[in-house]
Write a protein that binds this ligand. Structure first.
Ligand code: ADP
Length: 396
């Protein structure tokens, strides 16, 4: 009996131990599984985060603005360019397009693309940081596997720069046409007057032929200047740079312009030292000097003086100065003086046979030499045009 009880007791103890062991093993298994699952989830999360960051970095590098919205029009993603265009503050994610962009047209476009599946080439004008911007939008609806709406993608191309260039081009064409039309109509009316009978009067014949000659010359000058500017614009001007004795170049330009200076009783003074060398294209440098000295004669003081000087700066660069003692150029106009067709006094310029392109040519030619041109002087106190040119050591 006693033996049976002992046997039963030890059986019970054995069973209890086996049970405890089994439970401990289950708990260890469970803990192992839990840890593995947690590690797998952490790996997936890290991969997902890395992928999302890589995608966002890619989208942020796009020049175009990109908005991705969900099926109820809330923003899922806005790249850097879109944030800059619409001034999106902080995180725009989860806001509606209207809340984020404060632009009704954008939110109307989101609704429209839902209905039409795609909207291409939509033109949008927005105010971005106080300045108008012209955008072209392409929008595409996204659908889930079951065909249900899954939001939309909107891509914004900024066309502002193109529009501005188009405006500049149109203004230029308008100016050119106007400049060509003026001398042409004068030539036409002079020839008509001659044909109508003035040719039989020797005095009238002489006068009208002079008008025709003057305006034909003006047309030729204008066309030469336009062609040169277009060559400069296209970067097609070939410069034959070589060491140049600047005093001689300036003297050649002054000799050509002496008759015009005499007509206004202007003294031309060449104060450039003998042996002063610049590294430049001889013909082009002569043209630059000629344009500046011609302006100084035309717009300077009658009976005044035009002075050309040069100096070497500490860094080895060279400055050439063309100074007159005329009325100068009012401060308000000084920023625009190198623009094509810009004139302070249109009538005066035309009357003097100006094309309105002289200073634009000076600026471009000097830039093609690696230099810059600036104007100094106050209204009423004459003008000094200063060319800053590279040091005269030829680059081999
Ligand atoms: P333009 O053919 O009219 O002379 P430019 O481009 O050479 O054209 O000069 C542009 C305008 O700048 C001129 O119409 C004139 O109003 C002004 N200007 C240029 N040089 C001078 C100067 N030395 N003094 C006063 N005004 C000047």
């Amino acid at each position: 009996m006693e033996f049976a009880l002992i046997l039963l007791g030890s059986l019970c103890v054995g069973l209890a131990i086996a049970l405890i062991r089994a439970r401990a093993e289950r708990a260890a298994d469970w803990e192992r599984n839990r840890r593995e699952l947690a590690e797998q989830r952490a790996r997936r999360d890290a991969e997902f985060k890395e992928q999302t960051e890589r995608t966002s970095a890619l989208f942020d590098r796009m020049v175009e603005g990109l908005l991705v919205v969900d099926s109820v029009g809330r923003i899922r993603l806005a790249n850097k360019a879109a944030s800059a265009l619409f001034g999106l503050e902080g995180n725009a994610v989860a806001k509606t397009t209207l809340e984020a962009t404060r632009n009704h047209e954008v939110s109307a476009l989101v609704s429209r693309v839902e209905r039409e599946a795609e909207v291409l080439g939509y033109e949008l004008r927005i105010d971005s940081m106080g300045a108008p911007r012209f955008l072209q939008v392409n929008a595409l609806a996204m659908r889930g596997n079951n065909g249900a709406s899954d939001g939309a993608i909107l891509v914004f191309h900024d066309l502002t720069r193109l529009r501005q260039l188009e405006g500049v081009r149109q203004e230029f064409v308008g100016n050119v046409s106007h400049e060509l039309r003026t001398p042409l109509s004068l030539i036409k009316s002079a020839s008509e007057t001659l044909l109508d009978g003035a040719k039989d009067d020797p005095v009238a014949l002489q006068r009208f032929l002079q008008i025709i000659d003057k305006h034909a010359n003006r047309l030729a000058l204008l066309i030469d200047d336009l062609l040169l500017l277009s060559t400069l614009d296209s970067g097609g001007l070939r410069l034959n740079k070589q060491p140049l004795a600047l005093r001689n170049t300036v003297q050649d330009a002054m000799d050509d312009l002496q008759p015009r200076a005499l007509m206004r009783d202007v003294t031309l003074e060449n104060a450039i030292p003998q042996g002063f060398i610049v590294y430049a294209d001889s013909d082009r440098m002569r043209q630059v000097m000629s344009n500046l000295i011609d302006n100084a004669i035309k717009y300077g003081r009658e009976g005044g003086k035009t002075l050309v000087e040069a100096r070497t700066l500490e860094d080895g660069r060279i400055e050439v100065l063309v100074t007159d003692d005329g009325p100068g150029i009012p401060k308000d106009f000084q920023d625009r003086i190198f623009e094509r067709f810009f004139r302070v006094d249109k009538a005066r310029s035309r009357e003097q046979g100006g094309t309105g392109l002289g200073l634009a040519i000076v600026k471009h030619v000097v830039q093609a030499h690696g230099g810059e041109v600036r104007l100094e002087g106050e209204s009423g106190r004459g003008s000094t045009f200063i060319l800053n040119l590279p040091a005269p050591n030829p680059v081999r």
